[in-house]
Ligand binder design. Sequence first.
Ligand code: DP6
Length: 330
Amino acid sequence: MKATAKAHSNIALIKYWGKRDERLNLPAVGSISLTLDALHTVTSVHFDSALNDDELILNDEKAGDKETARISAFLDLIRQMAGMTHKARINSQNNFPTAAGLASSASAFAALALAAAKAAGLSLSRKELSVLARQGSGSAARSVYGGLVEMKRGSAADGRDAYAVRLAEPDYWDLRLLIAVTSEAKKPVGSTAGMRLSERTSPYYHAWVDNSENDLQDMRQAVQQKDFEKVGELCEFSALKMHALALSSNPGLIYWNGATVEGMHVVRSLRRTGLPVWFTIDAGPQLKALCLPEAAAKVTEALQNVPGVRQVIECRTGPDALVLNEEAPL
Ligand code: DP6
């Protein structure tokens, strides 16, 4: 009744923003992501009949009630599937500082889904794990796989067709994502609340949803053709569209700080010198630059020189999520 699993974070190149069903956490749009080697979560789950409540330790500290409740609700799904009621002791560690504004629900829920399913004695396929992880956090459905990954929006009301699929194996393409950390503060409006606000208030919401299939199709093709310039263009386009949606919500969601904006200009000025680099930004102020290995040193240096950038973390394409205390993953 015990298992440990490791999952890597991911960055969406085509963004997920909006839900078609909030209870089941079904996305309104599909998304495409790159799994990242440098950021991961390792989670152990121990179901124990002696426990009265679930106990969550996050980065060596007892988690707060709100976090524990979110994890408990997620474990209820697994307890239900396994037909058992034991509470669990969960220990979760990120290899990156949670305070660095990089804390990602993607690696957290992918690692938890895998460890808890294994500890509960369930043998799930990657597709089933992705469906499960999605119910913890939409982006987590993608972290079940390494490499380049597509999350399917699906259309079934029960969410059985809303899961991630692999677009390309981890060794298909050596890409670099450079994360310029511009703030260590916790973001004021999280993704879930931000999406809800955009859906309710942005006049652009329906245009965003209606256009998403084109972006996904173009990105699939660009990945298949290894057309880096096209991937970069689509990645920047999707990020700016998502932020246009956030900005056009009421009250507008401004996830950027001055260094984020300056970073965008720096990436574009590097591009004007002929360097193939594009940016993306999630629901927070960190600027992420996508490039090929040969450009990484130059881009890192330029981002480090942006006033307000605290550090630059270099990520490569990351691997599949895996169970750690077993020889054969899954
Ligand atoms: C901006 O997966 O964190 O990073 O499903 O509500 O947990 P919930 O949202 P989450 O949202 C990620 C939003 C994003 C874009 C993306 O990763 O696709």
